[in-house]
Design a protein around this ligand. Structure first.
Ligand code: PRP
Length: 179
C-alpha cells in the first residue's frame, strides 16, 4: 500500500516496516550494552509509542520491566504547547534506571516536560530513547540518548503515530503528500 487517505489528508509510504525493525534491533542492542548490569524500567509514553515499545521490548535480551504513562499535547497536526497527563505513573521509581520510550520527538515539548516531572520522584537515572526525531522542529533543549531515525519536518502517521486518532494501525510510516 503506497498511498493512503486518512480523513481529509493523503499520505505516501515513507519508512517501511522492515527498516523500522532493523533500527529497533540495533537500538535494543545498544541499550543492552549500557544496561546489562542493571534492571532498567522502560517507560512507554502512550499512545504513540505502543508499537515501538512492544518491538523494542521483544528485542531486549536482559532483565527489565515496562510501565506506561499517557501524555497528550497534539490537536490534529498541531502541538497545543500544553502537555496533559492523562494516565500517570503507577509505581515507585525512586532509585530506578528509567529509559523513556517515545515514538517521536518533534518540538521536544513533551519529553522536556516529562524528564523534568520525573526528576521529582528521584530516579537513579533517566535516559530517552526515541524511534524518530525531527531535528528541524526542536524548540526545547533535550538530551536524547538513543535516536532511531532522523526525519524532515513532515507530518507523518503509522506505526503508532496518528492524525486525529486514526492511522496508528499501519505497520509502515507514511508522510503527508498535501499541505
Ligand atoms: C506525540 C508523540 C510524542 C509527542 C512529540 O504525542 O507521541 O509524545 O507528540 O511531540 P513534541 O516533541 O512536539 O512534544 P501526542 O501528544 O500526539 O499524543 P499521542 O501519543 O497519544 O498521539
Amino acid at each position: 500500500m503506497g498511498k493512503i487517505k486518512i480523513l481529509d489528508k493523503e499520505f505516501e509510504k515513507n519508512i517501511p516496516y522492515d527498516h523500522i525493525q532493523e533500527v529497533i534491533k540495533t537500538m535494543a542492542s545498544k541499550i543492552y550494552e549500557d544496561y546489562k548490569d542493571s534492571r532498567p524500567l522502560f517507560l512507554c509514553v502512550l499512545n504513540g509509542a505502543f508499537m515501538f515499545a512492544a518491538d523494542l521490548f521483544k528485542h531486549y535480551p536482559g532483565h527489565c520491566e515496562i510501565s506506561f504513562i499517557k501524555l497528550s499535547s497534539y490537536a490534529g497536526a498541531q502541538t497545543t504547547g500544553q502537555v496533559k497527563t492523562l494516565i500517570g505513573l503507577d509505581k515507585e521509581i525512586e532509585g530506578t534506571n528509567i529509559i523513556i520510550l517515545e515514538d517521536i520527538v518533534d518540538t521536544g515539548i513533551t519529553i522536556n516536560h516529562l524528564v523534568e516531572d520525573l526528576s521529582a520522584y528521584k530516579p537513579e537515572s533517566v535516559r530517552v530513547a526515541t524511534l524518530l526525531l525531527k531535528p528541524a522542529a526542536l524548540c526545547k533543549e533535550v538530551r536524547l540518548d538513543y535516536v532511531g531515525i532522523e526525519i524532515p519536518n513532515d507530518f507523518i502517521v503509522g506505526y503508532g503515530l496518528d492524525y486525529n486518532g486514526f492511522g496508528r494501525n499501519y505497520k509502515d510510516i507514511y508522510k503527508i503528500t498535501e499541505h
